[in-house]
Design a protein. Structure first.
Length: 227
């Protein structure tokens, strides 16, 4: 039991760190932290990532109860090989090192300008009256960081890989490793900001992540399936 938890933790931690560094949500956290209070950005991003990790692990844990464990094991193995080849392809065909950062910054700038124009048109009093319930409880910055991160991660490679890992490994170890990995990456993005983000080579991260997925795939291929 202990060894399976440790194995799930270590795989999830390594996969999360290599998947999230240089990811769109990593850059989004760095950009948001340059414009808003870091504690609100960090708490919003982490809340979204922790929720996403738990939801993904629950889906992965439930999968073997819905279909045969043999099938889930083979699907997970194919996912690892598929993500590995996908990441290696991205790494070898990466156009520019800072393309992703610039793309995320441009999108956030567009959203920021649109929101600023709308807020200027609204009166302070009417704003309070029409303020949604969630914005009365949570800070708008927290909600912005949460929503950008949560929907940015939905359907991402790291989410699908977490589902696959939880189907094949101990779900508690997968959740714990995922949360620790997300906390490390997001904290680095928020504290380091653009200076750290601009030094990250997207190509190297993609190649390293691809190699790791291939290793997971080989290990999964030769692993014994426990009923």
């Amino acid at each position: 039991m202990a060894s399976s938890v440790i194995q799930g933790f270590s795989k999830s931690l390594a996969m999360t760190v290599l998947s999230e560094i240089g990811d769109k949500t990593f850059f989004a956290a760095a950009i948001l932290a340059m414009r808003h209070p870091r504690r609100l950005v960090l708490s919003g991003c982490l809340a979204a990532l922790i929720l996403m990790t738990i939801l993904s692990a629950v889906v992965g844990w439930a999968a073997p109860n819905l279909i045969s464990r043999n099938w889930t094991h083979h699907i997970t193995t194919l996912l690892f090989f598929g993500f590995g080849l996908w990441s290696l392809w991205d790494g070898f065909h990466e156009g520019g090192e800072d393309g992703e950062f610039d793309e995320v910054e441009k999108k956030l700038d567009t959203d920021w300008n649109a929101n600023t124009k709308m807020s200027k048109m609204e009166d302070d009093e009417s704003k309070k009256k029409r303020r949604p319930l969630l914005k009365k409880i949570f800070s708008p910055i927290f909600l912005k960081a949460f929503s950008i991160t949560f929907f940015g991660e939905w359907g991402d490679k790291s989410q699908l890989a977490t589902i696959g890992l939880a189907a094949d490994e101990h779900p508690f170890g997968v959740v714990l490793g995922g949360i620790v990995g997300q906390a490390l990456c997001t904290t680095a993005a928020v504290v380091g900001g653009k200076s750290l983000a601009s030094q990250i080579s997207e190509r190297i991260v993609a190649l390293a992540g691809g190699a790791l997925f291939i290793v997971f795939g080989i290990q999964s291929f030769f692993a014994t399936v426990h009923s």
